[in-house]
Design a protein around this ligand. Structure first.
Ligand SMILES: Cc1cc2nc3c(=O)[nH]c(=O)nc-3n(C[C@H](O)[C@H](O)[C@H](O)COP(=O)(O)O)c2cc1C
Length: 405
């Protein structure tokens, strides 16, 4: 028969861990989030519906976003064994400079709406992780404030070349003066895509105070308190953001852009140029011919044209077509480190993540972004080890294939 005795605190305490009593509930919930979808669940519970939907949602029937994600779900790894993965190094070189991981934080507009700590929290986590962060033209923190808050962060500026070239010119000059390393020119927004969830929710930016939002306030008091007690939401890098959001976007997006505008950008910006929103082999070849430093295969996270191809599915053909002439990056639908490793194995040089860190921001501010980054970084390293790749350069097409649909 088993003889039992009372547990002694000295023996039990180390099993519990010293943090259990003092850990605030948000930190405890974040620590228990095992995956990006777990952070998404937390985010949904902590953020007003319209804000969560703005972030989580996509254009039209959301087919493009579903496709991008299901392409990752169709990835089949074929690992190698006996490869000495005792020291896995996920570091890589991005635009000729070292990056601790092969992923970076994508530009997202309105970031302080998702969580009041906003762009500064995201840039700070990127700095701590040793990865780059891209600030959007539609950011809610100005380039100058971001640089002052995170002086040694590696930052890129995402540019919408607006109809008024003087505005675009000023943004480029300010990016240069604030020590931004590269310009990401986004080209999949001749006009704004319609997102049904935003229409149904009557989303306005900033959120308006009416009977509906007052009700919402009682459900999400801390989000509202933070919104109302911090600097009002505005497009901080734009000197004029008057009018409705729709009017502003009409001014910011220019449907008349052509390759000549890329040449214009080349004339006013001496640093690296990355073109984001490429969705075909032909355009990737065109941009490689024009000498851009990188193209990002992206459907804007499915937020612009619906029913687009999954970037992962055209990746191998694009890599083959532009091989060595420009760097090929990818985003849209990434929710795990396994997705990132799969894209690298299929030939991408860098992967951008958008919603993954925004879910973290909504779930728990800067600590939530930190948790998102930790989850992705941990999964990248683990996937590499289990695949038999000790370095990013050991990832290749032989370790990966797509199951037929
Ligand atoms: C809420 C939100 C806002 C975004 N705002 C911008 C933006 O201002 N400029 C831009 O180039 N891309 C923007 N994007 C697209 C991202 O840069 C990126 O392409 C996309 O988020 C990748 O897909 P993922 O969210 O599934 O990772 C935004 C995406 C989201 C989710």
């Amino acid at each position: 028969m088993t003889r039992r005795r009372l547990p002694r605190w000295r023996e039990v305490a180390p099993l519990i861990g010293g943090d259990v009593v003092s850990l605030p509930s948000t930190r405890r919930r974040l620590a228990r989030a095992a995956s990006i979808p777990d952070l998404r669940d937390l985010a949904r519970r902590r953020t007003p519906r319209a804000v969560f939907d703005y972030t989580d949602g996509a254009a039209g029937e959301e087919i493009a976003l579903g496709r991008a994600r299901s392409a990752f779900a169709r990835v089949e790894f074929t690992p190698r064994v006996l490869r000495d993965v005792s020291a896995v190094d996920p570091a890589t070189s991005i635009l000729g400079r070292p990056s601790a991981y092969p992923f970076a934080f994508a530009p997202t507009g309105f970031t302080r709406m998702m969580g009041h700590e906003g762009e500064i929290a995201v840039a700070e986590v990127a700095r701590e992780m040793g990865i780059p962060y891209a600030l959007s033209t539609l950011g809610t923190t100005s380039m100058e404030s971001l640089r002052a808050a995170v002086p040694d962060g590696r930052m890129w500026f995402q540019l919408y070349i607006s109809k008024d070239r003087a505005v675009a010119r000023e943004l480029v000059d300010r990016a240069s003066a604030s020590g931004f390393e590269a310009i990401i020119m986004t080209v999949d927004t001749p006009i704004g895509g319609t997102r049904h969830r935003d229409v149904r929710n009557g989303l306005t930016i900033p959120p308006q105070l009416d009977a509906r939002t007052l009700l919402d306030m009682s459900r999400y008091p801390s989000w509202w308190l933070n919104l109302l007690t911090t600097e009002p939401l505005h497009f901080a890098s734009l000197t004029s953001s008057e009018g409705t959001v729709a009017e502003l976007l009409t001014r910011v997006f220019d449907p008349s852009l052509t390759p000549r505008d890329l040449e214009w950008l080349r004339g006013v910006w001496a640093g690296p140029i990355i073109v984001k929103g490429v969705q075909s082999v032909a355009d990737a070849v065109l941009l490689a011919d024009l000498g851009v430093d990188a193209v990002v295969l992206s459907t804007h996270g499915g937020r612009q044209l619906d029913r687009t191809v999954a970037p992962l599915e055209i990746l191998p053909a694009v890599v083959a077509a532009v091989a060595g002439r420009t760097s090929v990056w990818l985003d849209s639908g990434v929710t795990s480190g396994g997705d990132i490793v799969a894209a690298l194995a299929f030939g991408a040089d860098v992967v951008l993540v958008g919603r993954a860190y925004l879910y973290g921001l909504m779930a728990g501010g800067q600590a939530g972004v930190q948790r998102a980054a930790e989850i992705l970084a941990g999964q990248v390293t683990e996937t590499m080890a289990l695949l038999g790749a000790a370095t990013v350069s050991e990832l290749g097409g032989e370790q990966v294939r797509l199951r037929p649909e």
